[in-house]
Design a binder for this molecule. Structure first.
Ligand code: GLA
Length: 515
């Protein structure tokens, strides 16, 4: 989609370039540092992007410094006043800019993560403004001992998916209350996690303060604890978080102590601008540093690594003290992205174990972009994957059907099974996929997933599960026992839907573990 839009745009630009060139053969200079000032952040600073161009003849090189990282300019040119440039891709995203030099300003449009053009007016600024701080060398690699937490996949809530920058003390208290009144806490959802945008500035001693949205973090932690819940917080190993707020770079030890003193129980540590200082190949050392500090902070703090699956984090996540690690990019509230994140996890099963979990990102259940059928698929798949279950919706106002999806204890029991084994794809036929997860005591969870839009018949044969003889089977969404006829179970699975079964060899007795 992005591609065709870009091609169309290029065609019109080639026309205007020819015009510009015939009018002005004089090439302006774009060399130098230019700043774009965006929205005011909750800490009183502004989102700023720096465009550092270097012009040689008509060729442009340089880099763009975002709060979250630096992108090289891989190609660019200027003719007359008109310029265009392309930045190094970020995954599937490629940022391109196009516009004019207008006196001491640049007026241009540039694509960003939404693949849409955004108008920018940037002004000249001193050459070193926006440059990253000096690099701090990393400690030698070693294995950080396990903190003993997350014996089963962490469960709770996180502010990002629904609230983004609007999370506040009031929201968090309300969510904590709703977690209790909805029955979610008693079903196992314990962590209430504040994601990005809580951060303020550092005081004169370097201690990180929350911004105006969080008047007293310790009091908030006390409140959350008084509801029988735990508090999670967010930071980055870089100088800035992904949202452009203060990160922990150069203050790691102080921040670990601050979080412990507030009573924080979980840290989500998001790579973001660490890429300004460190090569991705150094990521393990970066995460190890905070892993050690959390362990010596004097408080058990669950460690959630967020670097989007780079450098096979699942291979070294436990060695830096990580209890969970994102394996993929950000989820959003669409069937496509949820399915892409969830159905891509089969090969990682061997890396999940009690204490250490693959994380295909937080839940979108109840946020409105998918149908209940799709949300049941989301919840079922995450449970088969033994993924952390972090609700991402507004628990204060959720509907009964959303609540029923999040608080289905029979499904939660699959996720939280004490054997701690991640499920895998057993078979695939077109858009129909069968996934299984071995459970404690010889039982198995089976998800019959229909990724197609139309309803589909799906069959499950006992020998596929290496089971023979009599079994007891239960449909965990219908909450009723189902029968195998001659060793075969058949069901019509709705489009984008699932039938989730728990199957036990007969005689072993039902072992549905209600929390
Ligand atoms: C990254 C993470 C998200 C969220 C945002 C906050 O994109 O992957 O989960 O924490 O940063 O800025």
């Amino acid at each position: 989609m992005f591609h065709s839009r870009f091609l169309r745009f290029s065609a019109t630009v080639i026309g205007s370039l020819a015009l510009a060139f015939s009018v002005s053969a004089q090439t302006s200079t774009i060399s130098g540092n230019w700043v774009w000032q965006g929205a005011k952040l909750h800490d009183g600073t502004y989102d700023k992007f720096y465009f550092q161009f270097e012009q040689k003849g008509q060729a442009i090189t340089g880099r763009v410094i975002y709060p979250w990282g630096i992108l090289a300019i891989t190609e660019g040119s200027i003719e007359g006043n008109h310029f265009r440039f392309v930045q190094a891709p970020v995954g599937e995203y490629k940022f391109v800019g196009e516009g004019d030099v207008v006196g001491d300003e640049l007026h241009f449009r540039v694509t960003y993560f939404d693949n849409k053009y955004h108008d920018r007016i940037v002004r000249r600024c001193p050459p070193d403004e926006g440059n990253p701080p000096a690099r701090i060398e990393l400690p030698a690699l070693h294995d950080v001992p396990w903190n003993g937490l997350a014996k089963t996949p962490p469960m709770g809530w996180n502010s990002w998916n629904k609230f983004g920058g609007n999370v506040s003390d009031e929201v968090v208290r309300g969510i904590a209350d709703a977690m209790v009144s909805s029955g979610m806490r008693d079903a196992g959802y314990i962590y209430v996690n504040i994601d990005d945008t809580w951060e303020g500035r550092r005081d004169s001693t370097g201690a990180l303060q929350p911004n105006h949205k969080f008047p007293d973090m310790k009091a908030l932690a006390d409140y959350v604890h008084s509801r029988g819940l735990k508090l999670g917080i967010y930071s980055s190993p870089g100088p800035k978080t992904c949202g452009g707020y203060e990160g922990s770079y150069g203050h790691e030890e102080q921040d670990a102590r601050t979080f412990a003193a507030w009573g924080v129980d979980l840290l989500k540590y998001d790579w973001c601008s660490a890429g300004k200082l460190y090569d991705m190949s150094e990521v393990r050392g970066v995460y190890q540093k905070m892993g050690d500090l959390l362990l010596s902070s004097g408080r058990p703090i669950l460690y959630s690594l967020c670097e989007y699956g780079a450098e096979k984090v699942w291979e070294w996540g436990p060695k830096v003290g990580g209890n969970m690690w994102r394996t993929v990019g950000d989820i959003n509230d669409t069937w496509e992205v949820m399915a892409k994140n969830g159905f891509s996890q089969s090969e990682l099963a061997a890396f999940a174990a009690p204490g250490h979990w693959n994380d295909p990102d937080m839940l979108e259940v109840g946020n409105g972009g998918m149908t209940d059928e799709e949300y049941r698929t989301h919840m079922s798949l995450w449970s088969i994957l033994a993924a952390p279950l972090l609700a991402g919706n507004d628990l204060r106002t959720m509907s009964q059907s959303t609540r029923d999806i999040l608080v289905n204890r029979e499904v939660i029991a699959i996720d939280q099974d004490p054997a701690g084994k991640q499920g895998t794809r057993l078979s695939k036929s077109g858009e129909r996929e069968t996934w299984t997860k071995p459970l404690a005591g010889g039982a198995v969870a089976v998800g019959l997933f229909n990724r197609g839009a139309a309803p589909a018949m799906m069959a499950l044969r006992l020998p596929e599960l290496k089971l023979s003889g009599k079994v007891q089977a239960r449909d965990l969404w219908a909450h009723k026992d189902v029968k195998f006829k001659n060793g075969v179970f058949e069901a019509t699975v709705p489009g984008h839907g699932v039938v989730l079964l728990r199957i036990e060899p007969s005689g072993a007795g039902r072992q549905v573990r209600l929390l």
